[in-house]
Ligand binder design. Structure first.
Ligand code: SF4
Length: 318
């Protein structure tokens, strides 16, 4: 691990200013992803800004009936909160499907959104990777791609986003609240927060230099039955091959987002208009234009079957 300097901060504005002023600085909270990347020298920050002292670990009710979730709320605490379990069950289920108990006890809401891909070539510093070293090439293309993206990928990168939590937040239409170094706040719809890889896969989100996530806003509850169905190679501590986050209303309408298939949580609102036509119609629209590889073409029927299973369960529970 490379040497780095370290500081603690006491306000979000102080954190954002320090990150803006200091070259090659990173925020650290739970450190469940960043420390691994530092040990492998994939991330080599010169300066760490410890944000754990910020008072951002609470849930606050909003006047419109929604909730504001603090950026430092641990995944375990968020999943256990009675308001989340009752009104945003898709989020509680997605959180509990992620990682392991020990990791969820440390991982934060903001860190979960910002975690980096688990593409094996990204972690292997002997292999070219455009995300790790822009312009070096993509070892996954032509390599082993069972876990990789089938939609929204590019010639430069076919990695997936690993978060379960973010998929649930996408189906809930959450918004990310930030503070910039000049003290101004910003609200970013989760749909716009993560970027597709294009020709710059190393730029994964729309945060500006120094900008700090302070909270995530959950809109007023929408009711309905909530599902998070994750298909993976083993029952726990594995990333999704495919996941489906869904909210289904008693009249059969609903919302659907997918994990494990793209560089960001994948939702196509037009597909939701086809719920009455069944899972195949919804899946076909969600994955329109998909370009799977030989190793991951199984994801296309897997999305359809997982969605069919969720919709059948919703019908039974209606
Ligand atoms: Fe790197 Fe993306 Fe290619 Fe993986 S898929 S090797 S992360 S450029």
């Amino acid at each position: 691990m490379k040497a780095f300097t370290y500081q603690r901060v006491s306000t979000p504005a102080e954190a954002a200013q320090a990150a803006y002023r200091t070259p090659n600085a990173r925020f650290i909270a739970g450190g469940t992803n960043l420390l691994d990347l530092m040990k492998l020298e994939i991330e080599t920050p010169a300066h760490l800004i410890d944000v754990n002292g910020l008072k951002l670990d609470q849930i606050e009710p909003l006047p419109d009936g929604g909730l504001r979730v603090g950026a430092l709320m641990r995944n375990t605490d968020l999943a256990a909160d009675m308001r989340i379990r009752r009104d945003y069950a898709v989020l509680a289920r997605a959180l509990l499907a992620g990682a392991s108990t020990q990791l969820r006890n440390r991982a934060t809401t903001a860190g979960n959104l910002l975690q980096r891909t688990r593409c094996a070539y990204f972690y292997d510093t002997n292999m070219p990777c455009n995300k790790r070293k822009p312009g070096s090439g993509c070892s996954a293309i032509g390599g082993f791609t069972r876990q990789h993206a089938v939609v929204g990928a590019s010639e430069a990168c076919i990695a997936t986003h690993p978060s379960d939590m973010a998929v649930a937040m996408r189906v809930l239409d959450a918004e990310v609240e930030t503070v910039k170094p000049d003290g101004a706040g910003r609200v970013i719809p989760i749909a716009d927060f993560h970027r597709l890889p294009g020709s710059t896969p190393h730029i994964e989100h729309v945060l500006e230099p120094g900008e700090l996530i302070v909270s995530v806003k959950l809109p007023r509850p929408v009711g309905g039955q909530h599902f998070y169905r994750k298909v993976r190679d083993r029952a726990s501590y594995a990333f999704a091959l495919v996941s489906v986050a869904a909210i289904v209303q008693p009249n059969g309408t609903g919302r659907v987002a997918l994990g494990g298939v793209a560089h960001k949580p994948w939702r196509v609102e037009a597909a939701e208009q086809k719920m009455a036509q069944g899972a195949k119609a919804v899946a076909d629209q969600l994955l329109a234009g998909a370009k799977p590889t030989h190793d991951n073409e199984f994801k296309i029927p897997l999305v359809q079957r997982t969605l069919a299973s969720v919709m059948a369960e919703a019908k039974k529970g209606a």
